[in-house]
Design a protein around this ligand. Structure first.
Ligand code: GLN
Length: 385
């Protein structure tokens, strides 16, 4: 057999998605891959039912249906205060996964360097490798997951083409403060670097934390490539609707990359999702209240069991400290957890550049009854190891 590409040899399949398969195999409550088990908002589903009988069954415009881009531009202006051009500053993609890949392919040349904070969402590693770029990892140091500005500047001194910013952050739940974002922005301007954002958790925040869009800081619009999606905000991860928002010069290139990668996101789903993009502020307030309740329920349960964990400021992930179990491999621990306790988690090592085996990640985007079932199963965890 001829050899396969060396480009793909440098990474494995996604451990997050592998853990979903392992959870299913053992009938575990799956708190690994982050997606809800509750229904999306009814008005979106009602509109989807109507759309099936309307004329949305062929390709939409490759960079996104007009209606969708206009609704997104209005929403974006509402939340950031900046008016954007739905025709020249948006590309609709198949999830933010494609958005990030398209952004990386649009700005990097093979051999370029890209700053990635560690811990990081595992796709960024693969995105970088597929683009032929080289990651420079900058640690977010537990327990507060802060970065050292000097270490960050040392990374910038290597003249990276871009920095990837996941805010609110998966997996550590960090919400970057305005002051932290200003440090990043100042360095990006000083060293003439793009910032590629992953802001899919922009609406999942816990008081008193607020999301600041780095693109809104002075001088940052031109160099920020914002990626986000509807997956988490409207509980429709399977719809694969994401987008890139950036300056027209960048978007022209992202449009080309996206066109040849996937042609376009699903037309009927874009049309139905417009309903969500047009929701009022009450929707986002209710979403935050719902996730705040889930966070409280789950964290209090973990506290009763007595396992040390992070307290997320945003997003819906928790890192648990499993050092007491004395495992060399957190992957083996997660496999045993799924099999013996019946709860699915992601090994923390798949998020860290540093050799780290003391964490596992749970998410809590689940019905309260699912979270309670997971907590019941976890109650006698120590007897099962
Ligand atoms: N972001 C989700 C997680 O970290 C998964 C997303 C995906 O699998 N595409 O679990």
């Amino acid at each position: 057999m001829p050899t396969l590409s060396s480009r793909t040899a440098g990474f494995t399949d996604s451990v997050i998605r592998r853990m979903t398969r392992i959870s299913n195999q053992f009938g575990a409550v799956n708190l690994s891959q982050g997606f809800p088990d509750f229904a999306p908002p009814q008005p979106i589903l009602d509109r989807l039912a109507e759309v099936t009988r309307e004329d949305f069954h062929q390709y939409s415009i490759t960079w996104g249906a007009q209606n969708f881009r206009e609704a997104l531009a209005d929403k974006y202006e509402h939340f950031t205060g900046r008016a954007i051009d739905p025709n020249g500053e948006i590309v609709v993609t198949c999830g933010s996964t494609e958005a990030m890949m398209a952004a990386m392919l649009s700005v990097t040349n093979p051999g370029d360097k890209v700053i990635v904070f560690s811990p990081f969402y595992e796709n960024y590693g693969a995105d970088t490798i597929l683009s032929g770029a080289e990651p420079i990892y900058v640690p977010l140091v537990p327990p507060a997951f802060t970065f050292d500005a000097d270490v960050l500047e040392a990374a910038f001194r290597q003249h990276p083409k871009a920095l990837i910013l996941c805010n609110p952050s998966n997996p550590c739940g960090k919400v970057f403060t305005r002051a932290e974002l200003e440090i990043i922005a100042d360095l990006a301007k000083k060293y003439d670097t793009f910032v590629i954002t992953d802001e899919v958790y922009e609406h999942i925040l816990y008081q008193p934390h607020k999301h600041t869009y780095i693109a809104t800081l002075p001088g940052m619009w031109e160099r920020t490539i914002q990626c986000s999606s509807l997956s988490k905000t409207y509980s429709i991860t399977g719809w694969r609707l994401g987008y890139v928002i950036a300056a027209p010069e960048v978007i022209d290139t992202v449009k080309k990359v996206h066109d040849f990668l996937t042609v376009g996101a699903a037309a009927p789903l874009q049309e139905a999702a417009v309903t969500g993009l047009r929701f009022g502020d009450d929707y986002y307030a209710a979403l935050q209240a719902e996730y705040t309740e889930k966070r409280t329920l789950f964290l209090e349960g973990l506290d009763r069991i007595g396992i040390a964990h992070t307290v997320p400021e945003g997003a819906y992930y928790i890192l648990l400290d499993i050092s007491e179990f004395g495992y060399e491999s957190d992957l083996t621990f997660c496999e045993h957890l799924a099999e013996r306790v019946g709860v699915g988690a992601v090994p923390g090592s798949s998020f860290f550049r540093e050799p780290e085996n003391r964490y596992i990640r749970f998410h809590f985007a689940k019905k309260n009854e699912t979270l309670n079932e997971a907590l019941n199963r976890l109650a006698d965890i120590r007897k099962k190891f």
